[in-house]
Structure formats: C-alpha cells, structure tokens
Design a protein around this ligand. Structure first.
Ligand code: PLP
Length: 397
C-alpha cells in the first residue's frame, strides 16, 4: 500500500488503536519464526500438551453433542468448581450465581474489567515491568495507564510508597499481576497487606491478575489478594487455565468479584462474546475436578528448569533475580554493554536464541531480557551454551 493511502486509512482508526503500539513480544516472534534452528525462550506458554483427562472430557462432551451456547456466565457446574477451589484453597467464598463470570481467557476478563469500570481519563496504577496487555487494555477502554516502576533491589515487589507517589485525584484502579510476568516476582502476605491498606485508604478498585497463582517454587505459597481482610468486594480477581493446565489454545478463564462488577462485565460479555467456548468449559471442569496431580507434576518440572536456567545465567555473569513464580527469568544484561533490543537482536541473529527485550514490559524493563523456561531441559541447556558463546564472542565494541 502506498504511504499516502496507508495514512488515509490510518486516520480513520479509533483513537485508542492509534494510541497503542504493536506488542513488543509479537514483533519479535515474527522475526524468529522466519529463522531456522531457533531455540525460543520467548514464548510465554507451556510446552506441555494439555493433560489427557482434560482432552478426553472435551472429546466425550463433543460425542454427547455439547456444541451449543451456554449461559453467558458459563456452565453453572464450572462456576461451582471455581467457587470450590477458592473456598478450599484460599478460604474466600464466591457465589457461583452472582460473583463468577467465565470468559475467553484472562485476556477477555481483563478487557471487560477495564471497559466496565473506566470513564475517560480515569487513571490506572500499573506496577511495571508487567504483562504487555495491561497498559493497552487500559488505553483501549479510555483510561490512562500510570506506570509505577518496581525495583530489582526490592525483588520487583511493589511498595505502597511507590504507588502513593503516582496517585492523583483521577486514580481509580490498581492493577497488580503476581506471580509476575516477566520477572517471576511474587508478593508476600505482608507485602500484600500493605497494598490492601493503600487500596482501602484511597478507595481504589484492585484488579488482581493471578493467572500464575498455581506456579510458585521453593516452598513459596501464592497469596490470593481477595482473601485478605476487607479486600473481596473491592477486588476483581482474574484467573484462568492457560498456564497452570497448559490450556493456552482453549481460551478459558474467569473473573471473580462483587455482584455489581460481575453483572457490569457480563453486560459487555453478553453482547460481544456471548459465552466462553463450551468445549473449553467442559475441559476446565475436568481440570478442576481431577487434574491437580498432572498440574503439580508440570509445576515440579518448571521448578527443575528454573534452577537450571538461574544457575546457568548467573554463572556466566548475568545477574538474575531468582524467580519465585510463573515461568520467566529476567536477567540483567547491562554488564554486556548492550541495550535490551540490541542484546535480543544480536543473540537471535548470531546464536539463534530468541528472548524478549525487557523494555517490551515497560520502560523500566530496559537493561533486562525475558527468558521463558517453559521449554524442555535439553533446549534450555543448548540455549545456555549458545548464550555463553554469545557473551564470549560478541562483546560489545
Ligand atoms: N495475564 C498474564 C500475566 C499473562 O502472562 C497472560 C499470557 O501470557 C495472560 C494474562 C493471558 O492469559 P489468557 O491465555 O488466559 O488470556
């Protein structure tokens, strides 16, 4: 398309779309996809196939003819299982009829939460580095993302004072995502109690993306934000099946919250999505009823890989925060003299190893790259050999 013609069409796009950049992650995958022999530490998805009982439940459901729409909020059996999970695991009770909405992944739930709550110009505090969608969803819903850099010296755990500094009369939402993508940071119960006080004091709504809640290591236990005293009603908790159950392609997640917020989100969901895919809902029921064991087995395997990659990167001189959750590690590449973009590009070009530049997750991610260890031990070992070779032979002049 001619430049003039492109500009002509561009002008007609919505302000929100014009305001957001393309995902820094996708841009990189597209380059890597065209190369041969690439080891990808770039993708944020499990290399495991969904456990068989989940796939079987889906096949069986199809055989039985489960092919139609479900209730907008999802099958009541699924919502009941989700309620049971939160009751048993975190001692927080959600009413399956009014406080649970099944969605097309956490992605849809995030979009719904933002669209249901934000008025033009409302500000959203977003600790960074963070998942690439947070700021984009805020902007698309008419809000203003306000990044709050989390510091490596605090193990990327956000502090109330740091949030306080960015507070204005327009601040409406605090959006947190722990265990964190891309750093692997988690928040302790005490950390979160501090955040809860802050949210209460300033009457903020908290969106808590807990999609990696099942993936913690070294004896660390995930703390569910809405289970903290006084937090349930002001929190929209997002979770899903993509990561813990290796179900990224199924597109199934959920939102938990007070009946007013969930009804508002459902209002948008019923016009734009109708319901989450029925087969995915059947698979999700099976996951919650019978698949804790295979899920825990995958978590143990991520832990093994985590230790390998942490030791490997640290030994070759790249300082790393030891990740405590999710399946990412976020080494500091400043000793190499490269910027994040330069490092990722040069590593891909010379050694065919794909990592994501840290600045894709917010400006404060500069000086880091994100490596995903949701890939096999063999591939991680080979990637480490190649990275070491890169560090020895491609020193920045
Ligand atoms: N939230 C975080 C922190 C993620 O890392 C991702 C995917 O990478 C998502 C949400 C999207 O999850 P889903 O597949 O449920 O839409």
């Amino acid at each position: 398309m001619e430049t003039n013609e492109k500009e002509n069409w561009n002008r007609r796009l919505s302000a929100g779309v014009q305001a957001i950049p393309p995902s820094g992650i996708r841009k990189f995958f597209d380059i890597a996809a065209q190369m041969e022999d690439v080891i990808s530490l770039g993708v944020g998805e499990p290399d495991f196939v969904t456990p068989w009982p989940i796939r079987e439940a889906c096949v069986y459901g199809l055989e039985q003819g489960y092919t139609s729409y479900t209730a907008n909020r999802g099958l009541i059996e699924l919502r009941q299982e989700i309620a049971n999970l939160y009751h048993n695991q975190y001692q927080v009770d959600y009413d399956p009829a009014a406080e649970i909405l099944t969605t097309v992944g956490v992605s849809e739930a995030m979009d719904l939460a933002m669209r249901a709550l934000l008025k033009p110009g409302d500000e959203v505090l977003i600790p960074e580095p963070c998942y690439v969608s947070y700021a984009a969803c805020t902007t698309l819903a008419g809000g203003v993302p306000v990044p709050v850099p989390a510091k490596l010296e605090n193990e990327f755990r956000i502090q109330p004072e740091e949030l306080e500094e960015k507070l204005t009369p327009k601040t409406k939402i605090l959006l947190i995502g722990y265990p964190n993508n891309p750093t692997g940071a988690i928040m302790t119960r005490d950390d979160l109690l501090g955040i809860a006080d802050f949210a209460e004091k300033h009457d903020l709504i908290v969106i808590s993306d807990e999609i990696y809640g099942a993936l913690t290591y070294g004896g660390e236990k995930h703390v569910c934000f809405s289970s903290l005293p006084g937090m349930k009603d002001r929190t929209i908790l997002l979770n899903g099946f993509s990561k813990a159950y290796a179900m990224t392609g199924w597109r199934i997640g959920y939102a938990l919250g007070n009946p007013t917020f969930i009804a508002a989100m459902n209002k948008i969901h019923q016009y734009t999505m109708l319901c989450a895919p029925v087969t995915a809902q059947l698979g999700a029921i099976e996951a919650l009823r019978h698949c804790e064991k295979p899920m825990k087995k995958m978590v143990r395997e991520y832990d093994r890989r985590r230790r390998l990659i942490y030791d490997g990167l640290t030994k070759m001189g790249l300082p790393c925060f030891e990740p405590k959750g999710a399946f990412y590690i976020f080494p500091d590449i400043t000793p190499t003299g490269y910027t994040s973009d330069e490092f990722a590009n040069a590593l891909l070009k010379t050694e065919h190893v794909a990592v994501i530049p840290g600045n894709a997750f917010g400006a404060c991610g500069e000086g880091h790259v994100r490596c995903s260890y949701a890939t096999s031990i063999d591939k991680i070992s080979e990637a480490l050999t190649r990275i070491e070779h890169f560090l020895t032979h491609h020193k920045k002049k």
